[in-house]
Design a protein. Structure first.
Length: 278
């Protein structure tokens, strides 16, 4: 532990604005398969070759949100236009990557590729806090009582999860899902809705936890890298963060909803240099 250090290069002035819903692009790139792109077009998903010609198109009856490629399979996560018991969550579609045919219709809000046509898929809410391992035919083989942002270990030893729950106080941790269905539990998190982490070259995760950047290595040991802003206990729900890593530069954006008027937000952005300790 302690290999990585952060240095703040820039902190932009806070911007206080009326909250605006982000528009979804009519066409969005979701994944890459070989030299082809998997793109969303309204309520369809399309595989485009290098020339931009469609190899196949699959109508979804819902809006494609995220896609994961594993071997000869594509896992497509969607949003429904209709509000229901699970909000706007649409079906998770397991497609044949070669021709776009439907292999299985599943349910889940987030997922990740494990290679060989296999995926983990998870869901939280209404007593559900679970992750499922699905084979290339959609069959279920393993279940874990955990849910969040998934980071598969490259050696196949497990899947690290930055857990996300809606409890106050949160019971979330950074954990590892083991192939036998067990769970290795790591450090506790203060924020049950932490954004997706970034992964450093040695596999260390950088997690934004209630205004604090934390490094969690492959052994699930953690330490604080930088404290960016104070988040009052029990009020993490007012803060929405995002991390992006471009080479050795980490950008952190946090939007804070006003405690009195939730239609107003304050946006803060930090640019940090990431380097290995000598």
């Amino acid at each position: 532990m302690g290999r990585w250090v952060l240095e703040v290069l820039e902190q932009r002035p806070a911007e206080r604005t009326d909250r605006v819903m982000r528009a979804r692009a009519a066409t969005a790139s979701l994944a890459v398969a070989g030299g082809d792109r998997i793109v969303a077009e309204e309520e369809s998903v399309v595989r485009l070759d290098e020339a931009g010609d469609a190899k196949w198109r699959h109508p979804c009856a819902s809006r494609p949100r995220t896609a994961h490629v594993s071997g000869d399979r594509l896992l497509l996560l969607t949003d429904s236009r209709e509000y229901h018991a699970w909000g706007h969550l649409g079906p998770a579609l397991l497609l044949d990557l070669a021709d776009g045919r439907l292999v299985a219709e599943l349910r889940g809000e987030s997922g990740a590729s494990l290679g060989g046509g296999r995926f983990v898929l998870g869901l939280e809410g209404y007593g559900t806090f679970d992750t499922w391992l699905h084979e290339r035919d959609g069959s279920l083989t393993t279940t874990w009582r955990s849910y969040g942002h998934y980071v598969p270990d490259p050696d196949g030893s497990g899947v690290r999860v930055v857990e996300r729950d809606r409890r106050i106080p949160s019971r979330s941790r950074v954990v590892r899902l083991l192939p036998d269905g067990g769970i290795e539990r790591g450090p506790r998190l203060s924020d049950g809705q932490a954004p997706a982490p970034v992964v450093l070259p040695d596999g260390t995760l950088v997690v934004l936890d209630a205004g604090v950047l934390r490094a969690v290595d492959r052994g699930l040991d953690d330490r604080e890298l930088a404290s960016l802003l104070p988040v009052p206990p029990g009020e993490a729900w007012r803060f929405r963060g995002e991390l992006t890593l471009d080479g050795g530069t980490l950008t952190v954006t946090v939007e804070e909803r006003d405690a009195e008027d939730p239609t107003v937000t304050t946006r803060r952005t930090w640019t940090l240099a990431v380097s290995a300790r000598r």
